[in-house]
Design a protein around this ligand. Structure first.
Ligand SMILES: [Zn+2]
Ligand SMILES: [Zn+2]
Length: 154
């Protein structure tokens, strides 16, 4: 999964809302959410934990706030999952993929994802925005529209 940045700037009052995602995360032994690193694990703990899922910032127009929320979480963390035997992909293919490109390695596996309801942690609004805000009116000046600039990394 790649990381992208979405900057939305009001054409009228210059109010700017910045969102980014997806970010890989893992949970430590107490269940706390920690950053895994965008491509490779940032620590030994991260590597040994595997990727638990992805987080992203999301904007709630009712609260006029950006939140950091979990967008999906696997039933079995990535990389842990990959160590299990899968009849479809040979060990050689897995090893080659892992050595050449961990992102490609990701794409071979489609682990099961837990059901997560995406909603605002403060007001329970289910219509969160992850990218473009071009469809809404600026909540600060109540007049302008947003113009998005979008960048993608990794
Ligand atoms: Zn505005
Ligand atoms: Zn809200």
């Amino acid at each position: 999964m790649g990381v992208s940045y979405s900057r939305n700037k009001c054409k009228k009052c210059n109010y700017e809302i910045i969102m980014s995602g997806s970010w890989n995360f893992y949970r430590d032994k107490n269940g706390n959410i920690k950053s895994y690193g965008p491509t490779v694990p940032v620590s030994k703990e991260a590597r040994e934990s595997g990727i638990y899922g992805h987080r992203s910032s999301a904007y709630c127009d009712k609260c006029d706030k950006v939140f950091d929320i979990i967008t999906n979480e696997y039933e079995i963390p990535y990389y842990k999952h990959c160590k299990e035997k899968t009849p479809k992909v040979s060990l050689w293919v897995r090893l080659k993929a892992f050595l050449s490109d961990p992102i490609f390695y990701d794409s071979i596996y489609i682990p099961k994802i837990k059901e997560i309801e995406i909603k605002c942690p403060e007001c329970n609004n289910k219509k969160m925005f992850f990218r473009s805000l071009e469809d809404i009116i600026c909540p600060r000046c109540n007049e302008g529209n947003f113009k998005e600039s979008f960048e993608h990394y990794f």
